[in-house]
Design a protein around this ligand. Structure first.
Ligand code: FE2
Length: 382
């Protein structure tokens, strides 16, 4: 056999392997849909405080009789806030059980039908078979599968659509939008699952969705005097989609993950991390608008320069805004966590600015969890 033929055969095997690993090419986070008790008021909150702009609507006026959805946008982030108009709908039951929370982590794909069948073939549980919505601007095809708790992934194929978001939505403005706070895109979405379930879900993302395990944190990495948790991060092939999964670990007291699971009534999305190019301005603006952040004790900043080395930002401003900093081999990152944005101590947001670092702020875990426990104790749940 000639050298050329052998090289060609090797090339084919490599390509086949690559194709196998890439059976689910994901183009990015398409949108995140919340089920809420009152979408009108939630939309107002996310516009006024987090700087999202209400741009679309679906409801009785547009022929959707049993629920309403508001579409909000900031940077590349699409937020859909959906509320039921009926007492016995799936949406109403979801809100009754979980409180307001994330229902759909939607992922953009080139071929929704193929994404559905590829994942079903590998053991996914179906929520909705492939279907297509059409209007004068083209069509959007979608299909959904289950993930942890009652959360689902919807594959969205929108390459043949040039209208607003998807058929069914009409343009809508509150007339009161002022400006964004500089949020650009989703960096990662974190799920909390029951004790002993983390590896099951990591395996789900690996086997069913072709993700890779990126990093593991055990209870030595993430523990305080009282509580502990374990976390594994999975990411898709191009790294656009990162899903850390947490489970509670044994500690002296109830962990923050257990508190979440108690109040959410099971597994669900714990936090959504959104990226900004200028965390100082973003957080300054968010604070001005009334967003509440976790308090970090002053002692955190005492030897921060020594731990982190030289950074571009003014340390005094970071301290005044309570922004955390961490460094890895590739650079550093700045991050801050809001308090829960629901009545129940469940979902919160992280604001993150990456300056090279691709990690998750391991150096901040202790400070962060002590701050979380302080809040938990105030609620009488520690
Ligand atoms: Fe995070």
């Amino acid at each position: 056999m000639s050298k050329e033929i052998i090289l060609m055969m090797i090339d084919q095997v490599v390509k086949a392997k690559h194709k196998e690993a890439e059976f689910l090419p994901l183009l990015g986070t398409d949108h995140i849909e919340f089920y809420v008790g009152n979408a009108k008021q939630s939309a107002y909150f996310y516009e006024k405080t987090f700087g999202f702009e209400i741009i679309g609507f679906k409801g009785p006026e547009t022929g959707c009789k049993d629920h309403v959805s508001y579409l909000l946008k900031q940077g590349k982030i699409n937020l859909v806030l959906t509320a039921s108009l009926q007492p016995n709908s799936e949406i109403a039951k979801h809100v009754y059980t979980h409180g307001d929370g994330v229902k759909v982590l939607a992922l953009t794909v080139d071929d929704a039908k193929d994404a559905y069948f590829q994942t079903m073939k590998r053991g996914a549980i179906s929520v909705r078979e492939p279907f297509t919505l059409e209007n004068e601007y083209g069509s959007v095809s979608m299909a959904s599968i289950k993930t942890y708790g009652e959360t689902i992934h919807t594959f969205v194929e929108r390459k043949d659509f040039s209208g607003l978001f998807m058929p069914g939505f009409v343009p809508r403005s509150s007339g009161a939008f002022s400006k964004t706070v500089g949020l650009k895109h989703i960096d990662h979405c974190v799920g909390n699952v029951d004790e002993g379930e983390m590896n099951k879900w990591v395996k789900f993302y690996e086997e069913v969705m072709g993700f890779k395990l990126l990093v593991t944190f055990d209870d030595h990495d993430i523990s305080t005097e009282y509580t502990a948790l374990m976390s594994k991060v999975v990411a898709n092939g191009n790294g656009y989609i990162k899903f850390p999964i947490n489970e509670p670990a044994d500690g002296l007291k109830k962990s923050q993950i257990e508190e979440y699971l108690d109040f959410y009534q099971g597994a669900g999305v714990q936090h959504i991390a959104v990226a900004t190019d200028d965390i100082i301005n973003t957080v300054t603006e968010l604070r001005k608008r009334g967003v509440e952040f976790l308090y970090v004790p002053e002692v955190y900043y005492e030897d921060l320069s020594m731990r982190i080395g030289k950074i571009q930002e003014d340390m005094e401003r970071l301290k005044a805004l309570n922004i955390l900093v961490d460094r890895d081999e590739e650079g550093y990152l700045l991050q801050i966590f809001t308090k829960p944005v629901e009545d129940r101590p469940t979902l919160f947001f992280e604001i993150i600015q990456r300056r090279g670092a691709q990690s998750f702020g391991k150096g901040n875990f202790k400070a962060l969890f002590e701050a979380l426990e302080h809040e938990q104790a105030l609620r009488g749940n520690l």
